[in-house]
Design a protein around this ligand. Structure first.
Ligand SMILES: [Zn+2]
Length: 162
């Protein structure tokens, strides 16, 4: 490839980056579907199987590695816990920790520093496990909300009338 041609491709790529990304994602999704249709493992199937094999070989090492990975960013632990719970309860939705806003940020209910999130409409009340149903929430507010699931922003009904 000549230098001119390389430069042309570089510029073409830069100018069409968004379109090319969409195209690539569609291509990969189609490939995954073809593999599934043929009963063959996709890359994520193989990754999952490798993870399971590592766990079978040395569960403690894998548990430690996962805990460390989750500690490095609280959003990871939050999303993982919420996803496990939602799946168990049959709640729709799945969180991708990379889509959650970075922490800390002000608590939605009291304004103090929040290191976690809260499902505004809780699972028990039929709320989905989606980013639209999340607000930043501090630990005390989260615990208060767990004790009085009916209350919304501004404190529970019980607290307001007493
Ligand atoms: Zn709070």
């Amino acid at each position: 490839m000549s230098a001119d041609s390389r430069e042309y491709h570089r510029q073409y790529y830069a100018a069409h980056i968004d379109h090319l990304r969409v195209q690539k994602a569609a291509c990969q999704a189609a490939r995954r579907q073809r593999l599934r249709d043929a009963g063959l493992p996709t890359r994520s199937d193989r990754d999952r199987e490798r993870g399971r094999a590592a766990y079978r070989a040395d569960p403690e090492r894998v548990k430690k590695a996962v805990a460390e990975w989750q500690r490095a960013d609280r959003r990871r632990k939050f999303a993982s816990t919420a996803n496990v719970k939602a799946k168990k309860l049959g709640i729709p939705g799945r969180l991708d920790w990379r889509e959650l806003p970075e922490l800390p940020r002000p608590c939605h209910y009291c304004g103090t520093e929040a290191q976690g999130f809260d499902h505004v409409i809780p699972f028990v009340a039929g709320g989905p496990n989606t980013i639209e149903n999340l607000v930043p929430c501090c630990l005390p507010c989260n615990e208060r909300k767990n004790r009085f699931p009916s209350k919304g922003p501004g404190g529970s009904v019980i607290e307001q009338i007493s």
